[in-house]
Structure formats: structure tokens, C-alpha cells
Design a protein around this ligand. Sequence first.
Ligand code: ZN
Length: 317
Amino acid sequence: MERDSGRTGLLGLLRASGAGNTRCADCGAPDPEWASYTLGVFICLNCSGIHRNLPEISRVKSLRLDFWEHDLVEFMKKHGNLCAKAIYEAEVPPFYYVPQSKDCLVLREQWIRAKYERKEFVATSISHDACTSGSREGFLWKRGRDSKQFLPRQFILSARDGVLKYYTKEEIVDWFNAIRAARFHYLRTTFPTAPESELVPKITRSYFKEGYMEKTGPTHKEVFKKRWFSLDSQERNLIYFKDPLDAFETGRVIIGSKEHGYEVRASLPRGVKGRRWKAGLTIVTPKREFVFACENDREQKEWMEALNEIISQPMTA
Ligand code: ZN
């Protein structure tokens, strides 16, 4: 009797909308069928496996298969995912990557440990991890240039300089978020008036080269307009925006390979004149020439190098 009422009551609670219990408290997977009866959260099977490794903090039971004592059911009723979120995720930094069910075990485990074991995001916590300041120091196993073996190297991540100088395997998630913290810091100083909600999605973007250039149109007689360009080496795209913070690009140029007739020149085509900026750049494609002007010689050189590196790589199927 009691066993049945306990299970029915708990499942009813689980399905109740508005309690935040219809999704896993840790990864957001739908219809969680497990729960931590010490933390009072409903979680999915995968996350329950991680909780099982933290017996001092979390004890798990299956909603369907295990017996739920009356007092545990009452405890779950009083707590639940929204309640736990208010406590354990009170101060998740904007740059922190919150994993989802599709993410790898390392990311999900570190998220769960950070939340419940280290209590990094509890509001009253005064412990400030080095991670949140955007600076870290330590050893990194870096592959040697010639030996192909991984060698320990000391590296430093500095938010102020915007550079990564190190990491370790054990601390990879800390580093992952430290890098995000550094990038967030960079974006915030570069775009001081932009709201946080616009900057956060940009943390994950990492472009080969970014910056302003002026571009003219297909006839090369159009007025040169200043645009923000981002070169994605993986996708072989040079995309451009009216404003660096625009969500959608204005246009894109696909960067093919030398074998396919692509070429970049540090000049403007004969007879074409830039408006304000004089350091010309022409991307030659089999169909047309794309004409740009860089602010100075250094920018022109950087764009040339970045574009040439992509053009020299053969295209993969
Ligand atoms: Zn989960």
C-alpha cells in the first residue's frame, strides 16, 4: 500500500508542470526517471551515474524501480529541481558553459561536481575560483614540435592579454571555462555598451582572423563600405557584418583552394581606388574578384597570411 502510494505520489510530482522536474536538473534531458534523495533533484539515467560517484553528497534512487520511503517522498516534494537550481546555480557566471545531455561525460561530470561538490555557484560562497578571474597558471602537456610526444609545459592564461599560455588534462574543464572567461572579458572590453545576452553567444565563436575592412561591390565601382569580417578557417568562409555584434551576416565569400583557382593579392585591381583606406586586398575566385581595403599595412599583412593559409590547404570532400 505505502509503497504504491509513495511511487504514485512521486511520479505525480515529477509530472507536475511548473516544478521544473520534467527535465533533468543537471543536463536538461526530458523525463528524468531518477532522483537524488539527498539533494532533492530529479535527474536522468546518465547524470545519476555521475551522482553515484559522489556518495558523500548525493544518493540516488530510480523513480520506477526503487522503494521510496514516506519521508523521502516528502523531502522530494519540498525540494525539487527549481528549488535546487535557486541554491546551486544561484551565481553561475555568464561565460560558464552549462552542459546539455548531448555533451561529453567530462563536461557533465565537472558541471555536477562544480555545482554540488565544490558549490561554486552557491550565492553565499565567498570562494572565488581562479577560473572566474580569467587567469590561471599550471602545466600543460603540449605536443613537441619534432618528437610527437606530449611534453609538460608551463602555460598561463591571461584575461588581460587575451592569450592562453597553458593547461592539464585533469583541469580541462576549468581551462575550457577559463578560456571562455577570458574571451568574455575581451568581448566586454571591446563592446562595453553591449548587453550580456548579446556577448555570451559570441564566446564560443573563434575565428581565424577578425577585423574591419572596406569592401566594394561586384563592379568594383561601388562605394567602399566599412564592414566587420570574420574568417572561419574550418568552414572556409569569410563572412561579413554591418556591425561586429550583428546576429546575421550581410554576406560571405567562400575561400577555395589554389588548385581551384583561388588566389589573394595585396593590391587593388588596376583602375580601382579605395575610399579612405589604401591597403588593397583582392580575393580572386573562379567567378569574380572580391575587392577590399585594409586600414593599414599590418592589417593587410595579417589578412594576406590568414587567407593564404586557407587557400594553400586542399579542399576536403
Ligand atoms: Zn541528466
